[in-house]
Design a protein around this ligand. Structure first.
Ligand SMILES: [Zn+2]
Length: 291
């Protein structure tokens, strides 16, 4: 009994010896009553403690939830093909006639151009090549060749980073340096901009808008779907299903590993020509928008 009481009363700073000296040894009934009240008191303390913890935790929970919502919103914004906070984003244009823009991203590379340029030439089709500045710097003659054949060249940044959470000076460096390289290979046409991976948040649209550039995105993109990308016929089928007047088609034929995409290029061009489509450069397509 002693140990029972001592164990329970001590936390409340009661001295058992003092109690015994004052009131004598408590009876069993008194001990039971004491223990009952002690348990109730402890429960109240526990409840108070839980309430206090909840009050302390509540702002933390709200902050974490708000941050999660903001992060999700930012992620959605960064990958949106149709919305950006500043300036204009163009995934396609409104067109009443059957026109499309065929766009090739990355490079230039020998393996890509050796295949793609003769196909464009033989079908008298012009495409828009969004080139990476560093690759163009390494292969200026390839850039000159693209331009000499009447194709359009676009800016796809210098080092192909995700242009999210970057400083204005970094963004300016990536874009202006690449524009300069594009001009240095003898290209004199309009230079449009396409963000790598289509990613942007606030800084990139701010800079593009400030410098009167648009974000040229796409609305037909077969390659991210593995089951589609595995076969040139399925790439063609995907394009035929998704394309419409004013579409912007995105392909990546420049990488060594992109043989299937390269195989799909003539199939897509032939099928769309047979379906009555005309191929325009991005600038030509944009000019329809302003009419
Ligand atoms: Zn790219």
């Amino acid at each position: 009994m002693m140990s029972l009481l001592t164990q329970n009363w001590l936390p409340l700073k009661y001295n058992m010896r003092t109690v015994e000296a004052t009131i004598g040894m408590p009876s069993l009934k008194q001990q039971v009553i004491c223990r009952y009240h002690l348990i109730r008191f402890r429960r109240k303390l526990d409840l108070l403690d839980a309430g206090m913890k909840l009050r302390l935790l509540f702002p933390i929970i709200v902050t974490v939830a708000a941050l999660a919502v903001m992060a999700f919103g930012a992620w959605q914004l960064s990958r949106s093909r149709t919305y950006q906070v500043f300036g204009e984003i163009v995934p396609r244009v409104e067109a009443s006639e059957k026109v499309v823009a065929l766009t090739f991203d990355d490079g230039p590379s020998n393996v890509g151009l050796e295949f793609v340029l003769p196909i464009l030439r033989s079908r008298e089709v012009k495409a828009t090549f969004f080139l990476v500045g560093s690759a163009l710097e390494a292969n200026p003659t390839l850039g000159a060749q693209i331009a000499a054949e009447g194709n359009e060249i676009g800016n796809h940044t210098y080092s192909h980073p995700r242009m999210v959470l970057k400083s204005q000076s970094f963004i300016a460096g990536e874009i202006e340096r690449t524009d300069h390289l594009i001009r240095s290979v003898g290209y004199s046409g309009p230079i449009h901009f396409r963000p790598p991976y289509g990613k942007k948040l606030l800084g990139l649209p701010w800079y593009l808008n400030k410098t009167n550039r648009k974000s040229i995105i796409w609305d037909v993109e077969p390659e991210p779907y593995p089951e589609v990308a595995a076969s040139s016929d399925r790439i063609l089928e995907h394009v035929q299903t998704k394309v419409g007047p004013g579409s912007i088609i995105l392909l990546h034929p420049m990488a060594m590993s992109a043989a299937t995409t390269r195989e799909a290029v003539p199939k897509i061009i032939d099928a769309l020509l047979a379906d009555g489509y005309r191929f325009l450069t991005v600038s030509e397509l944009l000019s329809l928008q302003s009419k």
